[in-house]
Every structure is written in structure tokens, then in C-alpha cells.
Design a protein around this ligand. Structure first.
Ligand SMILES: Cc1ncc(COP(=O)(O)O)c(C=O)c1O
Length: 450
């Protein structure tokens, strides 16, 4: 039988998937190492298991023990999975900036979660690093993983992520790109790959508000570089032991906004519903496109799944509140601009003379035609003119010269989609508001609104 003995045996061996659309400006072939295929939907499953197994081997973690970690959520989930199978208790300290989804997932796996303030110095006793360290001192038979300085973190990638990428690309990879937090992913993977081929270039993705890029370029740890930002898992206000700056050839910074927009594009254009740091990684790669040629094969690491960010980057209100999403004008906005304009129409039993009178008095070029209050047709100026020129009689009834009724659209329809309904022969649409009042939106109204 082809079975796994437990969930931990499904960690790793994630697919490498070609990007076909979002990187159209990049001359190289771009391949995504999609780590959301891991059982905890992130690359950190590899790290959680490795840190626990190494602690067991070193005698630091004994049966019945408690595992403690400060985590942005994903490492916690990887550790929690290992703890469920191996029978350890776990406690996580997590900063209040991390999404609620991440905290709830940890609790679902039986973990205890302690929320700590984000806007404090790492040395502050309230920071999530300090609280984790303190708990490990207070709780007997406990082990603090400390993914920042525990080298089992990068070793996990040296032993699994690196060899997988090397084998999957048949050794043809030329560039590795990864968002960098603890540095475990990029440095462990890079160490293995550079041992196979020292020419492979390694680019770390950094955030604005993090110390990495400046430290790499100048050797200065500049506290002025540290300020709050929204990206999760990318950048740091410390220099973790797992970051080996010699293995990273360049750091590229990406804004919170560009990363969020790119993550959304990956979902819509590639079907890759991935996390916020993935948007940063792909955006950073595009920023570096001039350094690449068509002979290059680039591997971008995608750390986690988009489901953890549905309340954030995949939520339009969240995006709009931060100015990340341009407001899309809707039909209701045009109607609001027209402020209380009355809905002018003609009855099917009126005649051409009546139409001309209404059009002239109200200075309008099209009219909905009603029968018993229902819209049954429309008349537009050009058709009326056509009829008058070919037939001088004004006694003809509306019903004889009318066209199809104007299409009724939703008040929430984006204005840019009106082109589907408006044309030379159909010069307006109508919409019903919440109170049941009917409105007309003409070509002229759209031009005025835009
Ligand atoms: C979503 C996400 N992206 C990127 C990273 C950075 O990976 P690493 O810590 O291996 O540098 C993390 C780390 O927690 C993460 O959770």
C-alpha cells in the first residue's frame, strides 16, 4: 500500500511551477517552489520538524516536554504539527501584527498562544522574543526553538529545499530568490545550491523598515532603518544567526503596496493563491529583471498559502483603507453625482410629437418607454430624426418607432464595465436604487462623471 504513517511524512517534495503571466517582462524562465503544498501550508513545516528532531537528539527535549517559540505563525504551525504527532505541549508568542487567521490555526492544533505588542524593541521584556525566552526559563522541561538563532532552521533547507530544487531543475538553476526573515530558508537553500554551483546568484527580498539591505551593503546596523511595516515574515529588526550575509548576493526591498498587489495578481493571473511575502518575492524579482537574460532559470520560493491573508491583502476594504487599491467608480457613484434628477420617460401610447416635446424641454437625447409602469422599449434622438426625415407625419405612436428597452444594471456595477451595455444604438442603461427608484445613466452622464 502507498501510505504515509503520519502527517509529518508529507512534508517537503513540493512542486516547482512555471510562472506564465505575471513575469512577462522578465526575460528568464521563472519557476515557483510552491511551499503551500506542505501539510501546514507553509515552508516552515520543514523547519518545525527539524528543530524538534535535533533537540530530541541533543537531549534538550524529553518526553512530556513543552516546546516554546516566538513565531509569525507559520513556524508555529510546523512545530504544532510535530508536537501533535510526538506528544509535546506547545506555547507560541506571536506579535499583534500577525493575522488573526494565523493565531486561530495555532489554537486549532492545540497550541497555547500569547499575543505580544509589535511596536517594541526586541530587548523589551514585552517583545515576543523576550516573552518566549522568559517562558522557557520558567517552565520546567521546556525547549525554546528560537528559529532566529537555531541553526537547525537553515539546516532543514540545506537538507531538503536545496536538494529538491537542484534535482527539479536538473542543476540548471541560475538564480534563487526568497523573502528573508530568520534567513533560514534562503541561507540553507543557498548553501546547498552554491556548493553544487558557486555561480548561482542568491537574492534576498527585504522590506522597507528592515535592517538587512543596509547591513549587507555597508556593514552598518542602522536603527534608523527600523520602522513599522505591514509585510509578514519579510525583513527584521535584528540580525538572526541564520542569516549568513556571505551567501546572499543582493537584497532587494519591496513596498507593502507592491507586494500586496503582486500577491493578488498571482492569484488572478496564475491561479497561485499565496501569501503576502510571495507577492514581495515576485515583485522583487521583477524589479531585478534587467539583471537577467533568457538563458537564466530563476527559482522563487513561495512561503505560504493565501488563505492566511483573506482578512488582509485579499480583502478589498483592507487594501482600500491603506491606499493600496484605487477606488473603482460604480454606477451608484454616477447616480449620486446626478443628485435627485427625475426619471423622465414616455408612455407607449404617446406619439412622436410628445417625444419631441419632452426631448426639447428636458434637453435629453434618449427616453425609456413605459407600458403600465414597466420598461418596454427606448427611443433615441438619432432614430427619431431618421423617422422625421423619411416620414413627415408626427402622428406615429411611440410603440411603432421604439427599440429594445435600455439594459437594467446593478448599482454596484463598475463604470468601466458599462461598455458591455452601451453602444451607438443603445445610448443609456437604467438602474434601480434600494428605495425602488429608477435612474437612467447616459453616455453624457458617464463622460461627466469621469
Ligand atoms: C510568510 C513568510 N514568508 C517569509 C518568511 C521568511 O523565511 P525565513 O524565516 O526562512 O527567512 C517567513 C518566516 O517566518 C514567513 O512566515
Amino acid at each position: 500500500m502507498d501510505i504515509k504513517n503520519n502527517i509529518l511524512e508529507t512534508i517537503g517534495k513540493t512542486p516547482l511551477i512555471k510562472l506564465n503571466h505575471v513575469c512577462y517582462e522578465v526575460p528568464a524562465m521563472v519557476l515557483a517552489k510552491v511551499e503551500s503544498f506542505n501539510p501546514g501550508n507553509s515552508i516552515k513545516d520543514r523547519v518545525g520538524l527539524k528543530m524538534i528532531e535535533d533537540a530530541e537528539k541533543a537531549g534538550l527535549l524529553k518526553p512530556g516536554g513543552t516546546v516554546i517559540e516566538c513565531t509569525s505563525g507559520n513556524t508555529g504551525l510546523g512545530i504544532a504539527l510535530a508536537c501533535v504527532i510526538k506528544g509535546y505541549k506547545c506555547i507560541f508568542t506571536i506579535s499583534d501584527k500577525q493575522s488573526k487567521e494565523k493565531r486561530d490555526i495555532l489554537k486549532a492544533l492545540g497550541a497555547e498562544v500569547v499575543i505580544c505588542p509589535n511596536d517594541v524593541e526586541p530587548e523589551d521584556p514585552k517583545s515576543y522574543y523576550s516573552v518566549a525566552e522568559q517562558l522557557s526559563k520558567e517552565i520546567p522541561n521546556s525547549f525554546w526553538c528560537n528559529q532566529y538563532d537555531n541553526l537547525s532552521n537553515s539546516q532543514a533547507h540545506y537538507e531538503s529545499t536545496g536538494p529538491e530544487i537542484w534535482a527539479q531543475t536538473h542543476g540548471k538553476i541560475t538564480h534563487l530568490i526568497a523573502p528573508t526573515g530568520t534567513g533560514g530558508t534562503i541561507c540553507g537553500t543557498a548553501r546547498f545550491l552554491k556548493e553544487q554551483n558557486p555561480d548561482i546568484k542568491v537574492w534576498g527580498i527585504d522590506s522597507y523598515g528592515s535592517v538587512f539591505k543596509k547591513y549587507k551593503e555597508t556593514g552598518i546596523f542602522d536603527k534608523n532603518e527600523i520602522y513599522p511595516y505591514l509585510l509578514e515574515g519579510v525583513g527584521e529588526d535584528i540580525l538572526p544567526e541564520n542569516v549568513n550575509f556571505d551567501l546572499i548576493d543582493h537584497f532587494e526591498k519591496v513596498t507593502d503596496k507592491d507586494a500586496a498587489i503582486m500577491a493578488r495578481r498571482l492569484a488572478k493571473e496564475e491561479g497561485l493563491f499565496q501569501g503576502y511575502s510571495t507577492g514581495a518575492a515576485v515583485q522583487g524579482l521583477i524589479q531585478m529583471k534587467d539583471q537577467l537574460t533568457e538563458d537564466d532559470i530563476v527559482v522563487v520560493i513561495m512561503h505560504d498559502h493565501g488563505s492566511r491573508y483573506t482578512g488582509k491583502i485579499y480583502n478589498d476594504d483592507w487594501m482600500r483603507d491603506r491606499g493600496f487599491l484605487e477606488y473603482e467608480m460604480k454606477v451608484k457613484d454616477i447616480i449620486n453625482k446626478k443628485a435627485n434628477e427625475i426619471f423622465i420617460s414616455v408612455d407607449i401610447h404617446q406619439n412622436l410629437k410628445d417625444i419631441l416635446k419632452v426631448m426639447k424641454e428636458s434637453d435629453i437625447s434618449q427616453l425609456p418607454v413605459l407600458k403600465n409602469g414597466l420598461m418596454v422599449g427606448s427611443v433615441i434622438e438619432s432614430k427619431v430624426l431618421e423617422h422625421i426625415l423619411s416620414n413627415p407625419s408626427r402622428d406615429v405612436y411611440v410603440g411603432e418607432i421604439m427599440d429594445q428597452p435600455f439594459v437594467e444594471v446593478s448599482m454596484d456595477l463598475p463604470v468601466k464595465e458599462l461598455n458591455k451595455y452601451i453602444s451607438k444604438n443603445m445610448t443609456a442603461v437604467t438602474a434601480l436604487d434600494n428605495s425602488g427608484k429608477r435612474h437612467i445613466i447616459t453616455q453624457y452622464d458617464i463622460i461627466q462623471a469621469l
